[in-house]
Design a protein around this ligand. Sequence first.
Ligand SMILES: Cc1cc2nc3c(=O)[nH]c(=O)nc-3n(C[C@H](O)[C@H](O)[C@H](O)COP(=O)(O)OP(=O)(O)OC[C@H]3O[C@@H](n4cnc5c(N)ncnc54)[C@H](O)[C@@H]3O)c2cc1C
Length: 479
Amino acid sequence: MAATPASTDTSFDVLIIGSGPGGYVTAIRAAQLGFKTAIVEKSHLGGICLNWGCIPTKALLRSAEIFHYLQHAKDYGLTVEKLSFDPAAVVKRSRGVSKRLNDGVGFLMKKNKVSVIWGAATIDAPGKITVAKAKADAPKGALGPGQYQAKHIIIATGARPRVLPGIEPDGKQIWTYFEAMVPEKMPKSLLVVGSGAIGIEFASFYHTMGAEVTVVEILPQILPVEDAEIAAFARKQFERQGIKIMTGAKVTKLDKKPDGVTAAIDDGKGGTKTLTVDRVISAVGVTGNIENIGLEKLGVKTDRGTIVIDGMCRTNVPGIYAIGDVAGPPMLAHKAEHEGVICVEAIKGLHPHPMNKLMIPGCTYCTPQIASVGLTEKAAKDTGLDIRVGRFPFSANGKAIALGEDQGFVKVIFDKKTGQLLGAHMVGAEVTELIQGFVVAMNLETTEEELMHTIFPHPTLSEMMKEAVLDAYCRVLNA
Ligand SMILES: Cc1cc2nc3c(=O)[nH]c(=O)nc-3n(C[C@H](O)[C@H](O)[C@H](O)COP(=O)(O)OP(=O)(O)OC[C@H]3O[C@@H](n4cnc5c(N)ncnc54)[C@H](O)[C@@H]3O)c2cc1C
């Protein structure tokens, strides 16, 4: 249980509220910069990312991926007899992965001499917070409830599932990502409302584990933030696998019965369809945790559920900063981490570059995977730029064929005039591991010439990145 704070431990240079990837990375960087640092957490070290988001989903998806390969063992000349799975063991593995990383955050806090304060924080005034007792048990060595002071307070309280009228989650039949992460048994049929990364990853997981899955998306395209060509390709792949997808459609009502949930779906063409399923996952986005932390009293500006910040993560109230999901989209762990580093480096007076949102990669870990950075083709055209587009298919890459993963493609977009790489988009196996090559290239303001003169190892999937660039300049070699 938490110890009562010793009086010398109540005053800090930097105090961070929330220990997600934004908060804990900020704390480490602040400590590296010589600040006396504390982090307040009320629920679980590592936030949503490590406990209920990025990490446990990837662990579930890994089980699904291996299950899929075992089902297709014959394609690789292998025999598997009596293949089955134990849902409880799949979930147990995922929770174990989370727990290991959650413990890792505790270790990192100790290693960097960051004080962990256990409880729910409210900001009373700039420089002053009150921490109330939390329901969750405190990790060993954490400071307890009380009043604390800090010159700089950084809000990193994250986000929670958005709730839409008519499809309110009940935690039993209508799930958010919390319940979807720890199913007691696999549903036979599932409706996923929303086709962003979270919705599509769960659709992919449950479909692979045998559920009949329908995805309903209100916008005309699944994965709405992705390049239209990539999203259309992914859709075809999902549909070929057996996932049913409705776009331009809206779930208007969910009728709960003891043996299932009946959804009314406005098909966007004047008709209403009904669908009865075992479970529904509401994946209609997230909204920032801006309530009950004292923002109204302080006059901190918010906008549509998130805190308004400038390029150095400062709010309109001196001494109060915000980073990560609570500071607005894109709501991604690596964006949260980077914002935290910018924030404390600016406090230190190091003049970091403000966040360039175009340089934030996005990844969806479904099958096939999707990864992107920079402008989509449409966005590039909308800015009025004259562009060159290159593509290269997985079906022409030796490593992809050897892996048995020949579906997908890499797409690059260049400014015709300057040769600047404006965007890169990929769909196919392991593309989430490839995208960083283009992120580095864009960050270094690489041109097509430099990319074409870079040697890529053979045989690798990465060769498709170079070939796509060559294709944009009519010099493709292997297609
Ligand atoms: C299912 C799912 C899958 C995802 N997959 C990915 C992915 O693959 N890649 C990716 O980049 N992103 C992914 N995300 C998004 C990612 O989890 C978030 O962007 C990330 O966690 C944001 O980090 P954060 O530090 O801003 O906040 P969070 O991780 O939400 O952490 C905030 C912390 O603050 C604590 N807190 C809140 N209020 C208080 C208070 N008053 N006092 C004390 N503590 C408080 C909370 O308990 C929480 O621990 C996923 C999200 C979900 C839900």
